[in-house]
Design a protein around this ligand. Structure first.
Ligand code: ADP
Length: 323
């Protein structure tokens, strides 16, 4: 048997390598010519398109969670509604990039709406005069259609969402991301690289099994250089609407999000209780600010959002240009 030279690459050297298109492993690859031309080493033109499109968006906030089901989509909707309700002059947009589980149209009460394309891009759906939404759910034939896409297709859709939606002037763009750290996060952080991400808010529940994944989320933000605005502990306590006794449904055996945040050196923004009325409002797409304005949940939410505004608008956050 002929000896194989020890320096012969057996696999694709990678599209960004100096060897791309030039080594024996590239022979017969349909992309050999394009790799050899050096085109694949150029920065993705989408990054500049996104920068141009989002030039009039002052604050870009990612909502992250380690696990599904901890209330990330609920918090995205509540934070967006609170920011919009606080001032009619503040324009807020929500971009739902949870491609496999887009739930913003439901929680914001605009299921079945259509998006329109104009000369200046896709028009988002308006929930209120100063609150707009773009979600992949608007592009599906039915709310129960599954989106089964591999990485490159998801990447393309996120690029389109970030570069083609005509938001107009926005004070805040809130991005609802999938749980964990996946293709969608990497795509979003890559495309937002030159546009500046104001920061990330990490949502968790109090129990250790959720907090473990939050630590990974914090680590992800540090690795891709996204500033962390803070953490929110959702479903922290349950207050019985009848007897008013409170109970910890998910016990914080290790001190909950507050302790974990201190330990990881990130700000703890506050807690939101487990509130059946909140769940019902979100399921029915109703506005919590008109349905339950005096509830302790809304009081807690307003405090958290005041702090977020404070951090963003008093330039406490140094806008990130993620690497
Ligand atoms: P995620 O986006 O993390 O998967 P969701 O926001 O979809 O989670 O929330 C999962 C379920 O929990 C939803 O039915 C939502 O209405 C409910 N929920 C979230 N937060 C609360 C809360 N504080 N009180 C009551 N129900 C909540």
């Amino acid at each position: 048997m002929a000896d194989v030279p020890t320096n012969a690459p057996e696999h694709c050297p990678g599209t960004e390598s100096n060897d791309a298109g030039k080594v024996s492993a590239c022979a017969g690859c349909p992309n050999q010519n394009i790799c050899a031309s050096g085109a694949t080493k150029q920065p993705d033109p989408g990054i500049e398109l996104v920068k141009k499109r989002l030039a009039d968006v002052k604050n870009k906030i990612l909502i992250l969670s380690g696990k599904g089901g901890v209330g990330k989509s609920t918090m995205t909707c509540l934070i967006a509604r609170a920011l919009a309700a606080d001032s009619a002059d503040r324009n807020v947009g929500v971009l739902d990039i949870d491609i496999c589980g887009p739930s913003q149209p439901r929680v914001l009460g605009v299921v079945g709406e259509q998006i329109h394309q104009s000369g200046s891009g896709w028009s988002p759906v308006y929930v209120e005069d100063n609150l707009s939404l773009m979600s992949i759910a608007f592009l599906l034939n039915s709310p129960s259609d599954a989106v089964i896409w591999r990485g490159p297709k998801k990447n393309g859709m996120i690029r389109q969402f970030l570069s083609e939606v005509d938001w107009g002037n926005l004070d805040y763009l809130i991005l609802d991301t999938p749980p964990g750290t996946s293709d969608e996060h990497l795509s979003a952080t890559t495309y937002l690289k030159n546009s500046g991400i104001t920061g990330a808010i990490i949502v968790t529940t109090p129990q250790e099994v959720a907090l473990l994944d939050v630590r990974k989320e914090i680590d992800f933000c540090k690795k891709v250089k996204i500033p962390i605005l803070g953490t929110i502990e959702n479903m922290s306590i349950f207050v019985c609407p009848k007897c008013k006794n409170s109970a910890e449904i998910f016990p914080a055996l290790t001190g909950g999000a507050r302790n974990m945040s201190e330990e990881m050196n990130v700000e703890f923004l506050g807690s939101i209780p487990l509130d059946p009325l909140l769940a019902r409002c979100c399921d029915e797409g109703k506005n919590v600010f008109t349905e339950m304005p005096e509830s302790p949940t809304i009081v807690a939410l307003k405090k958290i959002v005041t702090r977020i505004i404070d951090k963003c608008e008093n330039s406490e956050m140094k806008t990130a240009e993620a690497e």
